[in-house]
Design a protein around this ligand. Structure first.
Ligand SMILES: Cc1cc2nc3c(=O)[nH]c(=O)nc-3n(C[C@H](O)[C@H](O)[C@H](O)COP(=O)(O)OP(=O)(O)OC[C@H]3O[C@@H](n4cnc5c(N)ncnc54)[C@H](O)[C@@H]3O)c2cc1C
Ligand SMILES: C[S@@+](CC[C@H](N)C(=O)[O-])C[C@H]1O[C@@H](n2cnc3c(N)ncnc32)[C@H](O)[C@@H]1O
Length: 661
């Protein structure tokens, strides 16, 4: 019934690797090379990568909470990852996490990975875990927690150079496992070796099955001490290396560079128990933190996040790459998290059925061409039934299989359950936050301490700038109303959520939800007939005659927290006074190296202003913050982190020569 009308070749869409099978083993005809040795691939992988990075011995020496970071060039079928994860779960310190950062330009399909897995039945539980989180082929980073957070996989579906240029991984060990240097020079260039050095800690180790002279020399030039050792099986030699000359890599945006914080214990205070506060709590709890969550209402999700329904859909920008990268990764991450939460819950709150989206003429094609979205992420449909209803016949209908709809309130309640006893909910109104000694205190109207910790996260929606130290954040509220529409015979034909100027969910328990209106500067808390009519008229225009008018006012009013640039605010809180002084010359355009590193209010973070897309953006934002707080590899590129940084508002003003009041 649906036909994809985008031509993969013409549009250079990202797609799964074209794999051929030779004697049951994967082979890539494009590179004329195999993924792993057809004889003893598993043993070779263990020998070359795990043994020659001395992982078992090094893991024994890790102190509690010290993560270990492996980076790999060429994730391929994931064999190295599976073996490393298995070894880590068996030998690693249970109090620490393994972060595995792998680049892959041509993702192998889940079906092909499943076929590889058949070779080693004893590894099936590890492959199952990988496949349960394996992302669709969309450019960007896809970070996933496996085995209850003991292992974090950072799969970066990008070319190696793009991926490593925009990251600071701090790897402890490297696996260089691209196709052979003679068959794939791009992965073994001097530029790649420099980027490996940039993304390593001093003392990082590296191993690879090749002993090619130019690889040895390239690694030496990048600062590694290189050794040739006996190769696996009949292979004569392979390379191991240690980084002995770590260079300084000054940032060209020092104002966004964060100092790593050291905390005595993993306790945090979060203000606000909506989607954003609860996803943040969940990310920290999964990493072994204890969280005090302060909420002024008796229950969670009483404000913006209290809606009975909303769409999980990304905002897709054609020209703003960081924004598009953030939302595409955020959608896939949220979808996977919601699947996991739903599996553990008897109450239904997540409907992973995909979303239809109507775009004005040309926009869907432009998005696909620009970002190379694979059909597993976004596909233009030729769907005559739906097309016939649409007012604007030049518009196109797209389908997003990984999207869906959720009850934000149900999601919040499931997050609360998932945090269990690691989360303490405190029902108090926070009047201000202050730093006393090394601790951030949330205080009440009388100045009494409600809860304190070295780490505090401001996640209280439209109130994010009510506290003195972050009062300059440009956060405001935009009223919205959703409408509940009783299902009718004709409305049952809509079997998936639909997004257009507005949105509507399919029938559930006899009701559709449609929304949402957008009223800047309106503080009215009551439902209005006018807005209900507005929503119904949008629906009628898009799908004439499908929905019956509700006999009465029925819906919910909420207030979206939005920022001045309509982008979420996620990151460390900058020290505004220090920024005003240190960067007052910024508008003169001097080289960035002349400016000092930024000063942040150590331990204070903001996660706010998720606007109309909080279901999509909150899960990944929470993970960004958790990684930032712990100093582990971030789940997005540096460009995306800077795009979301609270400091961006100060820097923009300073660049325009404005004083920070
Ligand atoms: C009508 C409408 C429709 C929407 N539709 C969608 C949709 O389809 N898809 C989508 O992705 N998003 C949608 N959104 C947006 C989404 O709901 C928000 O982005 C998200 O809920 C924001 O979550 P939050 O946790 O930041 O804010 P909130 O849910 O408002 O949570 C903030 C919490 O902080 C508490 N708090 C505030 N100040 C204090 C204080 N001083 N002390 C203690 N507690 C405090 C509040 O009581 C509140 O519980 C919609 C929003 C609205 C209003
Ligand atoms: C030998 S395979 C890796 C095998 C893998 N480690 C495993 O366990 O299955 C090499 C991988 O590098 C990827 N690759 C090749 N060139 C690349 C590039 N420029 N950037 C990122 N990945 C690349 C290939 O698509 C391929 O999956």
């Amino acid at each position: 019934m649906f036909v994809a009308i985008c031509d993969d070749e013409k549009n250079k869409l990202m797609k799964y690797a074209d794999i051929q099978w030779r004697d049951g083993q994967p082979y890539n005809p494009g590179y004329d090379d195999i993924y792993y040795s057809s004889t003893g691939g598993r043993e070779e992988s263990e020998y070359v990568f795990l043994e020659h990075n001395h992982l078992a011995m090094r893991w024994q020496k890790l102190v509690a909470d010290e993560p270990f970071i492996i980076a790999e060039t060429g994730f391929g079928t994931g064999l190295n990852f599976i073996l490393s994860m298995k070894a880590w779960l068996e030998q690693g310190n249970p109090g620490t996490c393994l972060h595995y950062v792998a680049v892959e330009k041509h993702p192998v399909s889940p079906a092909d990975i499943a076929k590889v897995a058949e070779n080693w039945p004893d590894l099936s539980s590890f492959y199952d875990e990988l496949l349960s989180v394996y992302p669709v082929p969309v450019e960007g980073e896809h970070c996933r927690a496996l085995f209850d957070g003991r292992v974090y996989l950072h799969l970066i579906f990008e070319d190696v150079v793009d991926a490593f240029e925009s990251r600071e991984i701090g790897a402890d060990a490297w696996y260089l496992d691209g196709f052979g240097p003679d068959k794939n020079a791009d992965l073994w260039s001097a530029q790649v070796f420099r980027l490996i050095e940039k993304n390593s800690k001093q003392g990082a180790t590296l191993s690879t099955y090749t002993a090619a002279g130019f690889v040895r020399r390239g690694l030496q030039a990048a600062g590694f001490e290189v050794n040739k050792v006996k190769g696996h099986g009949k292979k004569r030699e392979m390379i191991t290396a240690v980084l002995i000359d770590k260079k300084l890599h000054p940032s060209d945006t020092p104002w966004y560079v964060l100092e790593k914080i050291k905390v005595k214990n993993k306790t945090a205070v979060i203000i606000g128990a909506g989607l954003v506060g609860l996803t943040t709590a969940w990310s920290l709890v999964q990493r072994g933190w204890q969280v005090s969550l302060i909420e002024k209402h008796e229950n969670v999700a009483e404000e913006a996040s209290g809606n009975p329904a909303g769409l999980l859909m990304p905002r897709l920008s054609i020209d703003n790459k960081n924004d598009a990268m953030f939302y595409t990764s955020a959608l896939l991450y949220a979808s996977n998290c919601l699947d996991r939460l739903q599996q553990k819950s008897e109450q239904k709150f997540w409907f992973h059925d995909g979303v239809y989206s109507i775009f004005k003429a040309g926009k869907a094609e432009k998005l696909i061409n620009k970002h190379g979205y694979a059909k597993q992420f976004m596909v233009i449909l030729d769907q005559p039934d739906l097309q016939n209803y649409i007012d604007d016949q030049t518009a196109t209908v797209s389908f997003f299989p990984e999207a869906g709809w959720a009850s934000p309130k149900g999601v919040c309640e499931s997050l609360l359950r998932a945090c269990g006893s690691s989360l303490k909910l405190i029902n108090k109104n926070v009047a201000d936050v202050v730093k006393v000694d090394n601790q951030w205190q949330a205080v009440d109207e009388q100045g009494q301490n409600i809860a304190c910790a070295e780490v505090m996260i401001v996640a209280n929606g439209v109130g994010a700038n009510q506290f003195e130290v972050v009062s300059w954040l440009p956060v405001s509220s935009v009223r919205g109303q959703i409408t509940a529409i009783p299902a009718s015979e004709s409305s049952l034909s809509l079997n998936k959520a639909l997004s257009f100027d507005a949105y509507v969910t399919p029938e559930y328990k006899g009701v559709h939800y449609a929304g949402a209106t957008y009223r800047v500067g309106d503080e009215n808390q009551q439902l209005t007939q006018e807005e209900q009519e507005e929503t119904l008229s949008h629906l009628e225009q898009c799908l004439p005659g499908v929905f019956e008018k509700p006999g009465q006012l029925n819906g919910r009013v909420g207030f979206r927290p939005v920022s001045d640039d309509m982008t979420a605010i996620v990151g460390a809180a900058p020290d505004k006074q220090a920024f005003a002084e240190d960067y007052k010359e910024l508008h003169h355009g001097r080289p960035s190296a002349q400016y000092p590193q930024a000063k942040y209010l150590s331990g204070l973070y903001v996660n706010a202003a998720h606007g109309s897309r909080g279901i999509c953006s909150s899960f990944l934002s929470a993970e960004i913050l958790a990684a930032m707080i712990e100093g582990t590899p971030l789940p997005v590129s540096k460009g995306v982190v800077d795009h979301l940084s609270p400091a961006r508002f100060l820097i923009r003003k300073l660049k325009r020569g404005k004083l920070l009041e």
